[in-house]
Design a protein around this ligand. Structure first.
Ligand code: SF4
Length: 174
């Protein structure tokens, strides 16, 4: 069976988490202000009512945004397909888990991109080990909450340690 690519976003398996969790400010990317945890007023169920005309309606920021598969993974892996819309008590937990999973998937993206770098064999092995831990692990909410002060820090320190092997643009582009 082919392995799921965790960085592939699938909105049909999400619960519109980006449209409720994230905040945005009125400006060139968004037509109005929205607070974190406030469902976007363009949301109906899990669907965006202006999906086909986001840019024209003043929301190019929504077109540009990609959670890198964090939303669908959180909903399916951590919450077994449940939604904050049918059980509002889940909202805070889903917000926290989504934030943690976004950090996991940012690190996966970074570690995959580092595959092309001329790393020392020991560093290349470390990179592969980190990647396997992030991709193969089945995450729980509490583990995601702890991610940024645990494994994410280890990975960031790893990249700091190999920074002299990185092209100047590598981290800046991510
Ligand atoms: S405008 Fe549509 S895509 Fe953007 S946050 Fe609102 S519901 Fe989501």
């Amino acid at each position: 069976m082919p392995q799921t690519d965790h960085l592939k976003t699938d909105c049909s398996k999400c619960a519109a988490l980006c449209c409720v969790v994230l905040a945005f400010d009125k400006g060139k990317d968004f037509a109005f202000d929205k607070n974190p945890g406030e469902p976007c007023r363009n949301l109906s169920g899990h669907d965006c009512t202006i999906h086909d005309r986001l840019k024209q309606a003043g929301f190019p920021g929504c077109v540009a945004y990609d959670c890198l598969g964090a939303g669908n993974r959180v909903v399916q892996e951590v919450f077994a397909g449940q939604s904050w819309q049918t059980d509002p008590r889940l909202l805070r937990l889903m917000m926290e888990a989504f934030s943690g999973m976004r950090e996991v998937h940012k690190r996966i993206d970074l570690l995959r991109a580092a595959e092309t770098l001329p790393l020392e064999p020991r560093d290349e092995q470390t990179r592969r080990d980190f990647l396997a831990r992030l991709e193969q692990h089945r995450w729980s909410g509490p583990e995601l909450n702890d991610f940024e002060v645990g494994l994410a820090l280890e990975i960031d320190l790893f990249f700091h340690g190999i920074r002299t092997s990185l092209p100047a643009s590598f981290l800046a582009e991510r």
